[in-house]
Write a protein that binds this ligand. Structure first.
Ligand code: PLP
Length: 401
C-alpha cells in the first residue's frame, strides 16, 4: 500500500494567545481606527510600525490595508505615472503586474533564471526601458542584490522591493526590503505574519515616505505616527498628495505585534521543514533542485523544484499522481491561470512579448506551500511521495522513448 498524506497545505497556525488577547482589548475599548486614541494612548498601528522599522533597521514604516496597496503606494510615492513603463519579474503572481496596471503604468517583464531569480543579463538589456524596477522576491528566492543595485544605480533606476515572500530574509546580512527605496510586505493569511489582510511599507526616504503616509489616508494626523518623517517633511507634501485611503486598523496591528516578536523563531521552523523536503528529494531522477546561494538567508515558506524540459502531459501526470496521494503541487507552466498561480502572459491587459528562455523555466516550475502546521515527519513523508511519483513517471517516459 502506498502512503497517503493527510495534511492541509493551506492551514496556517492559530494566532498566538497574546495576539488574541490584544485584539480582544482593542475590541473592548472600541478604538479600532488608528487615529482614534485617548490622551496619552499610542495606537497599536503606530507601535507596530515602530517595531517593524526597528526589526528591519528601516528609518520609517507605514502599516496599510494590504500588500498590493503597499506596492501601489510605493510606486505612486516614487512618481510612477500613467503610461510609464515599470520593469518587473516575468516569474510573478497576479498582484504584482496588477499593482503596476492599477496606476495605468505598463509592466515590462524581465526573465527568470534556473535559480528562480530575476535574470540580471536580461535586466541589463532592458534597463534603459524604464525608470523604476518593481523587484519581486518571488517564492523567497533572492537574486545577487549587490549586482542588481549596481545595475540599477548605474542607470538611475529606482528599485521597489516586493517582499511578500521574504519577510525576515536577508541577502549578505541585509534584510530584504532594505536595498530598494521601498520594501513592501503583505500580512495576508498566506504570508509570514497573519492578520487576514494587511501590508507594511518600509523606507529611509523622507519625502517618499511622507507622500506614502499622506496617500494612505492620514488626513492631517501624520504627527500621530512614530516611525515617520518629522512634521516639517509634510509642510508642502500635505497639500500636494491625494488621499487614497488604505490604512491598517488597530485590530490587525494588535494581532501582528506578538507575531513580529516570534518572526525569527518562525523563520527557523520554515527552514527546518524546507531542509527535510530538500534532503528527501535530493538526486531524484529527472528533477532539478534549486541551489541556494550562500549569501542568501532565506525564509522558506514554500518549496520549488524544476522538471525541466518535461513534456506537459508528464508534468500533469506527476501533479495528478501526487494529488491522489494528498500532496498538492502547483505548476507554473499551465496554460491557464489556476488558483494562485499564473504566468506573465496570462495578463492580457499588459504587453507580453514572447520570452522563450523564461517560458522554458516556467514550464518546469513545481511549487508547494510548507505551512508550519506540518511536522518534520510530514515533510519527510511529502518528499517520499513526490520522489516516488516523479521517479515513476520518469521511468515510464524512459521506457517509452
Ligand atoms: C501576496 C502577494 C502580494 C500581495 O499581497 P496582498 O496582501 O494579497 O495584497 C504581492 N506580491 C506577492 C509576490 C504576493 O505573493
Amino acid at each position: 500500500m502506498s502512503e497517503i498524506f493527510g495534511g492541509n497545505f493551506t492551514q496556517q497556525e492559530p494566532i498566538p494567545e497574546e495576539g488574541i488577547e490584544a485584539a480582544i482589548a482593542v475590541m473592548r475599548h472600541g478604538r479600532l481606527h488608528r487615529y482614534n486614541t485617548v490622551a496619552g494612548e499610542i495606537a497599536e498601528a503606530a507601535l507596530l510600525e515602530e517595531e517593524f522599522a526597528e526589526a528591519t533597521g528601516a528609518r520609517y514604516c507605514l502599516a496599510v490595508a494590504s500588500g498590493g496597496y503597499a506596492i501601489t503606494t510605493a510606486l505612486r510615492a516614487v512618481g510612477v505615472k500613467p503610461g510609464d513603463p515599470v520593469l518587473t519579474n516575468a516569474f510573478t503572481l497576479a498582484p504584482v503586474p496588477g499593482a503596476i496596471a492599477s496606476l495605468g503604468a505598463v509592466p515590462v517583464y524581465v526573465g527568470v533564471t534556473e535559480g528562480l531569480v530575476i535574470d540580471l543579463s536580461d535586466l541589463r538589456a532592458k534597463i534603459g526601458k524604464a525608470k523604476v524596477l518593481l523587484l519581486s522576491h518571488m517564492r523567497g528566492h533572492i537574486c545577487d542584490m549587490d549586482e542588481l543595485m549596481r545595475i540599477c544605480g548605474a542607470s538611475g533606476v529606482t528599485v521597489i522591493e516586493d517582499c511578500a515572500h521574504t519577510m525576515g530574509a536577508q541577502w549578505h546580512g541585509t534584510y530584504s526590503g532594505r536595498f530598494g527605496t521601498f520594501g513592501c510586505y503583505s500580512t495576508q493569511t498566506y504570508k509570514h505574519m497573519n492578520s487576514g489582510e494587511g501590508g507594511l511599507l518600509i523606507s529611509d526616504d523622507t519625502d517618499a515616505m511622507a507622500r506614502a503616509i499622506m496617500m494612505s489616508g492620514s488626513y492631517m494626523l501624520f504627527d500621530r505616527h512614530r516611525a515617520a518623517p518629522p512634521p516639517e517633511a509634510f509642510a508642502q507634501i500635505k497639500y500636494e498628495t491625494p488621499n487614497i485611503s488604505g490604512r491598517m486598523d488597530n485590530l490587525r496591528a494588535a494581532i501582528l505585534r506578538p507575531q513580529l516578536r516570534l518572526l525569527t523563531e518562525q523563520c527557523g521552523k520554515w527552514n527546518a521543514r524546507y531542509r527535510v523536503v530538500e534532503a528527501g528529494l535530493r538526486d531524484t531522477p529527472g528533477m532539478t533542485l534549486i541551489d541556494r546561494p550562500e549569501e542568501e538567508s532565506f525564509v522558506a515558506s514554500s518549496f520549488q523544484f524544476l522538471l525541466l524540459d518535461w513534456p506537459a502531459d508528464r508534468i500533469r501526470a506527476v501533479v495528478a499522481r501526487c494529488a491522489a496521494r494528498g500532496v498538492e503541487l502547483k505548476w507554473f507552466g499551465a496554460s491557464e491561470p489556476v488558483g494562485f498561480t499564473s504566468k506573465y502572459d496570462s495578463w492580457k491587459y499588459a504587453p507580453h512579448p514572447a520570452m522563450p528562455q523564461t517560458d522554458r523555466i516556467l514550464a518546469g516550475i513545481m511549487d508547494m506551500r510548507l505551512p508550519l502546521t506540518f511536522s518534520l515527519d510530514d515533510c519527510a513523508q511529502i518528499a517520499r511521495i513526490i520522489r516516488a511519483e516523479v521517479s515513476a513517471v520518469w521511468q515510464q517516459q524512459a521506457a517509452e522513448s
